[in-house]
Design a protein around this ligand. Structure first.
Ligand code: ATP
Ligand code: MN
Length: 263
């Protein structure tokens, strides 16, 4: 009885009360999805966007029992993004049966893909946000930071915190990502790593591919070069990319041998 009454009362709460900040960029379909997600995950409030990239926006959300989530909303945008989506999803064995129709369906695949990739990272013990829920074009994950204030990106970390220890910790996460989760990030840089309590968190894995993907080695090489370039630029002694690759179990058609003999 009391439970039923309480539930009715909760439904009576005006939907607008869910949103701390009015965001006119949220379309009505996404808005309704956010309301459904709030009911499902016991979310009390969504806060203003902490980031608006080209293809996604991130909002902090607070549950009634005081947990913070990061809510990533993917947007249907340009033809370029459609091409990128196709490039990464085609060739990925997990998506070979998916018949691609509309850009909206693509964006939903994109959200599910990031969810699955985060789940693989989490299972393999890689430091990354834990996935919580995915619905349509919206992904809910663990919030990296405190009280709705996000952790800094590697790009934003103060100079004195950019150390060899941090570099090694990041390379260790990349190794776990490849050897245990069998994933290559594909867009790794100082913009897609957060640092919290001196610990790196790998984020933005929607485009990450299985190590069997035809471009996996090429992407991994570029990821490592980005990390090395960043730390070298801050005076940290880095390990040559080919040495790191030597420890990574990524032997596809193109293979490590080809890389090693040319490098
Ligand atoms: P952008 O183009 O802005 O990089 P994106 O589509 O690449 O957007 P992400 O990189 O996943 O999306 O997230 C955008 C930003 O949101 C990140 O740079 C980071 O500041 C913040 N962010 C992402 N995930 C989380 C999280 N789990 N917890 C806290 N903040 C996060
Ligand atoms: Mn990003």
């Amino acid at each position: 009885m009391i439970d039923g009454k309480k539930r009715k009362e909760e439904k009576r709460i005006k939907d607008e009360d869910l949103f701390k900040v009015v965001d006119s960029t949220i379309d009505s379909r996404t808005y309704l999805s956010l309301i459904q997600i709030a009911r499902r995950l016991n979310i009390k409030e969504y806060y203003g966007a902490i980031s608006s990239g080209k293809e996604a926006k991130i909002y902090p959300a607070l549950t009634r029992d005081g947990k913070w989530y990061a809510v990533k909303i993917y947007y249907v945008s340009t033809a370029a993004s459609k091409r990128a989506l196709e490039k990464y999803t085609l060739g990925d064995p997990r998506f070979k049966d998916v018949k691609i129709k509309t850009t909206f369906q693509l964006i939903e695949i994109w959200a599910r893909k990031e969810y699955k990739n985060l789940a693989r990272l989490s299972e393999a013990g890689v430091s990354a946000p834990k996935p919580i829920y995915v619905f349509r074009n919206i992904l809910v994950m663990e919030f990296i930071g405190e009280e709705g204030v996000r952790a800094p990106l590697l790009k934003e970390v103060p100079e004195e915190a950019i150390t060899e220890e941090l570099y090694n910790a990041i390379i260790t996460e990349v190794e776990k990502m490849v050897n245990l989760a069998h994933l290559v990030h594909g867009d790794l840089s100082e913009y897609n790593i957060m640092v919290w309590d001196n610990r790196p968190y790998i984020i933005d894995v929607s485009q990450s591919v299985d190590i069997e993907h035809p471009n996996a080695l090429e992407l991994l090489q570029r990821d490592l070069e980005n990390i090395n370039r960043f730390f070298e630029g801050h005076g940290v002694n880095v390990e040559p990319v080919e040495d790191i690759l030597g420890r990574l179990e990524i032997s596809n058609v193109k293979g490590n041998d080809v890389y090693n003999s040319s490098g």
